[in-house]
Design a protein around this ligand. Structure first.
Ligand code: ADP
Ligand code: MG
Length: 374
């Protein structure tokens, strides 16, 4: 089921006694969520992710605008008539009911023509439990399950009525790192198997990037960028998006475009054909540095960090906005650095360098294909 948001806005009255300015939690959202895909709503805490989800579920009413499921305008429909499944961070299971009873619960409330026989209900509950692989645990109570298992029960309960749209609000936040990794793969698998349009809210960029077909990056109630995760990573619309995606984060420098070159400090580091002359922010992804003896860009070496497979060269530069610059270097390239050196020099991969306007922080395009030797 396709989900369409049309000029969707939600304002909350200001809570501050002196300052009664409205909070615009969701500001004019206008986009389509394609049928059968998994979409990640991604942004820092307070950017309006839960509010967006609540507008789609019907738990909140919009100040203006509409929500469509397919061609149907559902803006006026209460949540129970929208055909949605909801999963929250805190599982929200009934502690005194068994797993089976928890999963059966939504079915037992069906009325009229939707009413099912006991046998039908049990079969559907078992199907949902098998899908999330908890069919062995049906007689336990939530208190006898791990966090990951509890969240699977919550997902089974959300799926048992075969919702048109599955909505998940930070479903993995209560799980430890290993379970989080495992459960997010599970969610991806379940989504693929069922083909149910799924909207997944998270503040964790890695989580959103790893499982989403499409991500919506948000800040302060505004959509910043929509696209496939790799597209957004490779081609961020603005400095915020560039900084929000990627670990280690993008390195940001104050730079200048001068005579067709990006200049950082005294170094002309990269030709940037097509970019207007003047001050810019330059973002360089950690994997965009190549250690070279006579490289264009000099930094002071602070140390080397080995993190499993990756080697980060940590260095400093007075034009950098943060004290530590991290460059991820392939081990074959490490021979180029002598650990007693005070300085390291890099060439830059043009596709990993972004320019941003100093005022608007919007991305400035340049012709990266002009450089052939890298
Ligand atoms: P997120 O889920 O991205 O952390 P929310 O959607 O919960 O963000 O909140 C977005 C903004 O709306 C925040 O500034 C929050 O304080 C505000 N907000 C959310 N719910 C309410 C409410 N019921 N009343 C007033 N303000 C709210
Ligand atoms: Mg939230």
């Amino acid at each position: 089921m396709k989900v369409v948001l049309r000029n969707l806005t939600k304002k909350f009255p200001g809570r501050d006694k002196k300052n009664k300015v409205d909070v615009i939690a969701v500001n004019d959202f206008d986009f389509e969520i394609p049928d059968g895909k998994l979409i990640g709503l991604l942004g820092p805490s307070g950017c309006g992710k839960s509010t967006t989800l609540n507008l789609i579920s019907g738990l909140e009413k919009p100040t203006s605008g509409q929500v469509f499921f397919g061609e149907e305008d559902v803006t006026g429909l209460p949540p129970e008539h929208r055909g949605i499944g909801l999963v929250f961070q805190n599982y929200a299971l009934y502690p005194h009911l068994t797993v089976r009873q928890n999963i059966l619960f939504p079915l037992e409330n069906l009325k009229g023509k939707d009413k099912l026989s006991k046998a039908e209900m049990l079969e559907k509950a078992m199907d949902a439990a098998r899908l999330v692989q908890i069919d062995e645990l049906m007689e336990r109570r939530p208190g006898e399950l791990s966090g990951g298992q509890q969240q699977r029960v919550a997902i089974a309960r959300a799926l048992v009525k075969r919702p048109r749209v599955l909505l998940l609000d930070e479903p993995l936040s209560n799980l430890d790192a290993r379970l989080r990794l495992q459960t997010r793969e599970e969610i991806k698998r379940i989504q693929k198997e069922t083909g149910i349009t799924t909207i997944f809210v998270t503040h964790d960029q890695e989580e959103a990037m790893s499982i989403s077909d499409m991500i919506v990056v948000m800040k302060d109630g505004m959509v910043q960028q929509i696209g496939r995760p790799q597209e957004v990573y490779d081609s961020p619309a603005n400095l915020f998006v560039a900084k929000f995606l990627g670990t280690p984060p993008v390195n940001v420098f104050e730079g200048q475009v001068k005579d067709g070159w990006l200049t950082i400090g005294k170094d002309a580091v990269l030709p940037v054909k097509g970019a207007a002359e003047g001050p810019v922010y330059a973002g360089i992804r950690p994997e965009g540095f190549l250690l070279r003896k006579g490289g264009a860009f000099g930094c002071e070496l602070s140390g080397v960090e080995v993190m499993g497979r990756d080697i980060s060269v940590v260095c400093a530069n007075s034009a950098s906005l943060s004290p530590a610059i991290r460059a991820i270097i392939g081990s074959e390239n490490m021979a180029e650095v002598s650990m007693d050196a005070r300085q390291v020099r890099f060439d830059l991969k043009p596709g990993k360098v972004f320019l941003f306007d100093r005022k608007t922080e919007e991305r400035i395009e340049f012709d990266a294909s002009a450089i052939s030797r890298l």
